[in-house]
Design a protein around this ligand. Sequence first.
Ligand code: SAM
Length: 259
Amino acid sequence: MNIEVNPEWWKELFDEVYLVTDARSVCDEDVTRREIDLLRELIPLSPEHEILDLCGGHGRHSMELHSRGFKKCTVLDYSQFLIDRGRREAGRLGMEITFLQGDARATGLPPESFDHVLILGNSLGYIASPEGDRAILSEAMRLVKRGGRLLIDIVNGATLKSRFNPLAWHEIGDDIVVCRNRSLDGDMVYAREMVISKKSGLIRDNCYSLRIYEPDSMRRLLAQIGFSGVTVLGDFSPFHKIGDYGFMNSRMIVTAQKP
Ligand SMILES: C[S@@+](CC[C@H](N)C(=O)[O-])C[C@H]1O[C@@H](n2cnc3c(N)ncnc32)[C@H](O)[C@@H]1O
């Protein structure tokens, strides 16, 4: 199948349909708790630390951190829908979390204003040019304090390639079916996703692409940007049930420090 992708797809597709198609990954509190459990083991967080949840979507990780006493969280995401949704939900729960809409390549935030920068839930690789991720990671470098940590949770490209699954579908509740057709070309994955309602028909038929990283290519990129002490945990999965969770199946957790 020929998969044609609008290079700007990521500016539009993180909306209410994404919260349905990816609910198993991004709307499951147990999954988020397990992700934060691991993060707590890997970087030294303290309640007075300023934490930036970069490309943080609807803020699920910041809400979990807040509930554990880490109350100085800022979520920045390009999707106005997710930012509005997160701000509303945090407000409803009485959590003071800053939600900002913006581009992670150029946030406009003051330099060295965070103790830690988190890029979680597979949030790199969407911009068509490789310069996009470089710009996001350089911005993370600018924003984190000296000695502060960067933590990235991203699909492990090596595992994804070795177990590449070109066809997958799953059902959500009684009505929704999500069908995905994927192809792999070097370090790029292209996917067509159809979301179908059994009751009312086609909801969405869209294509997207993702640049994937293997532990070594991520190490190299971070070193070029100036991070030190890069560590990679290569095989994290927060899921207890076997299934095809899109790009979320087998992830690498990367930590690095600003010298
Ligand atoms: C798969 S979602 C994960 C969201 C969140 N980190 C989570 O785990 O729930 C990827 C997110 O990255 C955001 N994103 C991608 N590129 C971005 C950019 N250049 N600037 C800001 N946000 C971006 C998208 O809007 C989307 O919300």
